[in-house]
Design a binder for this molecule. Structure first.
Ligand code: GGG
Length: 358
């Protein structure tokens, strides 16, 4: 029987609550399918760790998780520490050195959940956003000088490399080809950003020649927001830069009903490093400790983790369980307009898993 080593990093805020729920459900998946086990190592990294040590994770933190099969990550961010310190100290400190360059964010209107787009049948909102996850606006290049003086300057420089752009665009074309509609939209802002974004467009056209069976188009990011709202049925797979895709995926999650249900995989497709799976939502300190965090995004991220590990039957069973539970409004947490608690949703998914004999 195969045992997968999982590094659990709940992080901050509701990350702690949803990762506990996610691990409970994944344990049932393993027991239910019987073919594999999970050996979970827990890491208490995050803002509390930072307050104790001055670091969000230990200096040798990555070495402690380098040989795990996957990372299950909660959230990062706290009200009393600057966001750029927490984000760069933990999430980006894992994603970037582990070359998790493909950030994959599926969006679907799950059964029982109402999209604010009332004019669109649910099945017509089924997208995957591919976020470049290693460079671009998140390259960390820039600086500040003359702090506090009238002549203070600050810069954040976006770095786009041919290697980085070509590999994410190729990843997106492959993903689009594997989906029924074989449809890709390449999003840039190449009218205003006339260097890096123009290179993106050129590389997209070059890579497209390798995928004659994929229909593709390109779109400016501002126009894309309108298309997502007005013509969602014309979209399938989207690829965009680190920042643009981060923004578009929040919009996508909201259009699918809530940020609370949205999953992410931070993939190192070559598998030289572990990949990381996390709900899109952040630490949500406004609801931390209230027991009402929606665990569905974390469960769906667990589905993506099981798929990545090759446990496709367990992944499909967990997705069926999630859909059975979202279909029942008694199990909607407040972000979906309901009153359910995290523990109730988790118990319902657990029951659905145990009762699924397919
Ligand atoms: N689980 C996702 C999370 O914690 N996100 C926190 C955040 O601030 N993310 C910003 C980003 O990744 O761009």
């Amino acid at each position: 029987m195969r045992t997968y080593k999982i590094a659990a990093i709940p992080g901050d805020g509701i990350g702690v609550e949803v990762i506990a729920a996610g691990l409970e459900v994944l344990e049932i998946c393993a027991a239910r399918d019987g073919g594999f086990k999970l050996a979970v190592d827990h890491f208490d990294w995050g803002t509390d760790y930072y307050k104790r040590t001055g670091l969000m994770m230990p200096a040798d933190g990555r070495d402690k998780i380098r040989n795990h099969d996957a990372i299950y990550f909660g959230a990062v961010g706290a009200p009393d520490v600057a966001d750029h310190i927490t984000l760069w100290g933990l999430r980006l400190e894992i994603c970037q050195p582990f070359d998790q360059y493909a950030n994959v964010r599926p969006t679907r209107v799950l059964p029982g959940i109402t999209s604010p787009l009332r004019h669109v049948p649910d099945k017509l909102l089924d997208w995957v956003i591919v976020r470049e996850n290693s460079e671009g606006e998140y390259a960390g290049v820039g600086g500040r000088a003359h702090r506090g003086l009238p002549e203070e300057v600050a810069s954040d420089v976006s770095i786009f490399t041919r290697t980085g752009v070509a590999r994410i665009v190729r990843f997106a074309f492959k993903l689009a080809r594997a989906r029924p509609r074989k449809l890709l939209t390449v999003v840039t802002k190449s009218n205003a950003q006339r260097h890096g974004m123009v290179m993106w467009d050129e590389i997209a056209a070059e890579v497209a020649a390798e995928f004659p069976d994929v229909t593709w188009d390109k779109m400016l990011v501002d126009a894309m927001t309108m298309r997502m709202v007005m013509k969602p049925e014309t979209i399938d797979t989207i690829v965009a830069t680190n920042l643009h895709a981060d923004i578009l995926s929040d919009l996508a999650a909201a259009l699918a009903g809530s940020l609370g249900i949205a999953p992410t995989a931070n993939l190192n497709p070559e598998r030289k490093f572990p990949s990381m799976f996390e709900p899109i939502h952040g630490s949500a300190f406004d609801i931390t400790g209230k027991g009402i965090a929606n665990p569905i995004g974390t469960f769906w991220s667990g589905v993506m983790m099981l798929e990545h590990l090759g446990e496709t039957a367990a992944a499909a069973r967990l997705m069926r369980a999630i859909e059975r539970v979202t279909a029942d409004k008694r199990f909607h947490t407040p972000d979906l307009g309901g009153t359910a608690r995290t523990t109730e949703v988790t118990a319902a998914v657990r029951e659905a898993l145990l009762g699924d004999n397919a």
